[in-house]
Every structure is written in structure tokens, then in C-alpha cells.
Design a protein around this ligand. Structure first.
Ligand code: 2NL
Length: 341
């Protein structure tokens, strides 16, 4: 009887060591204390209740063992509690040998990259980068550019009017007008910036988009200078094998005017879906500056000639990177933008 109780106390001791060592929190430790020493269901309490069943001769020996186990359990609990509290106070354990987490990296917008590349190439050809206001008067946006206010482009349905005669520019050309008013020829400027038109926001149109225009004015400038400049631009931007062709067109601010195509860089001019089988892709409009613009800024139309061109860098970025929908350029989705870093 007594040896049975002592055996049980000894196995209880082992169980207590395991239970206390496994407790990972103060709460788990409290659960272990209740299981071992709890007044109602505690394992030691149950054994000690049975001491009364022993004879007076047997009782002291078993009593001594049970006291020793009780004290041992109490000190195990105390030690473990102190250790847990210390670990909590020290904060989370950090493994300094783990590799660092990769930092989130930003990326330049593909249209911003194309704008800078185009401006840098033109800088190399002698053009200066200039900016101007996005809110304009109808004189700078239309009248000075030989576009009468009853022209469809000047209609309320095509342009964002902020007040009578005040609007969001529909092209960057007002900045060329301002440049000509401020400086005498020779002038060579490239003007990037946002322009605004009342277009539906669909796969190929946006109500606000980036434009780049160029202007060169001097004595003796001819269509040859226009062709040579744009051909050289195309070779530097699209690669040495790029060809350009000019198709007759019309703009109110240039005469003569042309649409400029570049040989398709996607299929090497063999014909594909991007060039609709023609081998050519339209990249800009251009022409010789209409003499009426010189009248409007006070230049001598008999002394000066010039050429100008305009293009949409978003369209060029979409061609270059195979972006199927212009709205992707406006979503600010980092998963999209990171592909261009
Ligand atoms: C296009 C067409 C063009 C111009 C823009 C211009 C500006 C002045 C004088 C003469 Cl101040 N011309 N700009 C000329 C021809 C075409 O842009 O399709 N752009 C995306």
C-alpha cells in the first residue's frame, strides 16, 4: 500500500517536470498548476487524500515523500513562471541569421520613361525642353494656332471649358506660341505635358493624356530639315533599321502637313496585327509652320520658316511594350508598374 503510493508520487514528479517544461505561456503554466495542485481535481491532492488510509507507522514515510514532491512542484512552477516573464519582457526573439526581407521597390511610369527618352534624343538634336500652363485661354489654344473658335475642335463637346474663354489645353501648342512671343528665332524647343480632351475613357482614349510637340523656327528651314530631323529621331528611338514615311494630311497650324509612319518594329515591317499587315505604324503628325502663326506672334513671315511635330508618348509606350489597354496606364497598380523597372 505505502510503496504503491510512493511509486505514484514518483511518477507524478516526472509528469510535473514534463508538464511545467512544456508550458509556453503564463496561461498554460496556470493550467498545469491546477492540474497538479488544484484543490478539487489536482493530481497531488488526490494522492494526499489517500495518506489517511495508511497505518500510523506507514504514514510518516509517505508523508515525507509527498511533501518533497509538493515543494518540488511549487518551485518548478515558480522557476518556469520567472523564465516566461523574462522572455516576454525581452520581446520577440529575432533570428539575426535569417536573410533580410526584400524591400518594396518603386518604378518609373512607362510613359514617363518614354517622355524622357524622346526629350533626351531631341536634346541631342539641339532642342530645349520647355513647359507651360495646363489652363489656357482660347486665344492661345485655338485662335493663335489658326483654328477659329467655330472649328469643331473648339466646341464645348470636345474641350473642357473652365469659364468663358478659359479651358484645359487640348494640345501643348500654346507653349510654342508663348515661346515664340518670348524669344526671337532661332528657336528649337520640345514640349512635353498633359493635355485634355472630352473623350470617353476606353481602351484607346483617355480624357487626359501626355503629348510631346516640337518646334524649330529659323531663316531657311525647309521640309528637308523636318524629314531629316524626324528620320534621325526614329532611328535613335526605334533602332538603326527604322524607316519613316510621310503621308499628306491636314492640320490648321501647318502647311503642308503630314502623318508620319515608322516601319513596324514589332514584325520588322513583315506585317502583323500591330501594323494591321501594312508594315507601317503611325507615330506622329508634322508639317511646316503656317505663316499665319508667325503673323500672330509678331514674326516676319517673309524672313522665317519652321517645322513642327506632335506625338502621343502613351501610344508609343503601348506599342513598344505591347500594352493592350490605355487604362492600365492610369490604374497605379504596382504589379503593372513594377514590370517597367
Ligand atoms: C498629332 C499632330 C501636330 C503640331 C502638332 C504645331 C505647333 C505649332 C505650330 C505648328 Cl505652335 N504645329 N504642332 C503640328 C503638326 C502636328 O500634332 O497628331 N499629334 C499627336
Amino acid at each position: 500500500m505505502v510503496s504503491e503510493l510512493i511509486d505514484e508520487l514518483e511518477s507524478l514528479e516526472q509528469e510535473a517536470r514534463d508538464l511545467v517544461a512544456r508550458a509556453e505561456s503564463v496561461d498554460e503554466l496556470e493550467a498545469a498548476r491546477i492540474r497538479l495542485l488544484g484543490r478539487k481535481e489536482g493530481r497531488l491532492t488526490a494522492v494526499m487524500k489517500r495518506l489517511g488510509e495508511l497505518s500510523p507507522e506507514e504514514r510518516p514515510r509517505a508523508g515525507a515523500v509527498s511533501n518533497r514532491v509538493k515543494n518540488l512542484i511549487a518551485s518548478l512552477l515558480e522557476e518556469r513562471e520567472a523564465a516566461l516573464k523574462e522572455a516576454t519582457a525581452a520581446g520577440p526573439q529575432i533570428d539575426l541569421t535569417l536573410p533580410a526581407r526584400r524591400q518594396w521597390r518603386g518604378a518609373r511610369h512607362p510613359v514617363g520613361q518614354v517622355v524622357d527618352e524622346i526629350c533626351d534624343i531631341l536634346k541631342g538634336l539641339g532642342f530645349s525642353r520647355v513647359r507651360g500652363p495646363e489652363v489656357e485661354t482660347d486665344w492661345y489654344n485655338f485662335t493663335a494656332l489658326n483654328t477659329p473658335l467655330d472649328h469643331p475642335a473648339a466646341d464645348m463637346h470636345d474641350t473642357f471649358y473652365l469659364a468663358p474663354g478659359v479651358l484645359l489645353r487640348s494640345h501643348t501648342s500654346p507653349v510654342q506660341i508663348r515661346t515664340m512671343q518670348a524669344f526671337k528665332p532661332p528657336i528649337r524647343v520640345v514640349i512635353p505635358g498633359m493635355v485634355y480632351r472630352r473623350d470617353p475613357f476606353d481602351a484607346s482614349h483617355a480624357p487626359g493624356f501626355e503629348q510631346i510637340e516640337g518646334l524649330a523656327v529659323d531663316e531657311g528651314i525647309t521640309f528637308v530639315d523636318l524629314k531629316a530631323t524626324l528620320a534621325e529621331f526614329a532611328r535613335r528611338f526605334f533602332g538603326a533599321q527604322a524607316n519613316v514615311r510621310f503621308r499628306p494630311s491636314f492640320f490648321p497650324f501647318t502647311e503642308p502637313s503630314a502623318e508620319v509612319d515608322v516601319s513596324c518594329m514589332i514584325c520588322k515591317a513583315a506585317g502583323c496585327s500591330a501594323c494591321k499587315g501594312t508594315g507601317w505604324i503611325e507615330i506622329m503628325g508634322a508639317g511646316m509652320v503656317h505663316p499665319r502663326l508667325f503673323d500672330n506672334v509678331g514674326y516676319d513671315r517673309e524672313k522665317y520658316t519652321g517645322f513642327a511635330f506632335g506625338m502621343g508618348p502613351a501610344r508609343i509606350a503601348m506599342l513598344r511594350y505591347g500594352i493592350p489597354d490605355i487604362r492600365l496606364l492610369y490604374d497605379s497598380d504596382v504589379r503593372f508598374l513594377q514590370q517597367f523597372s
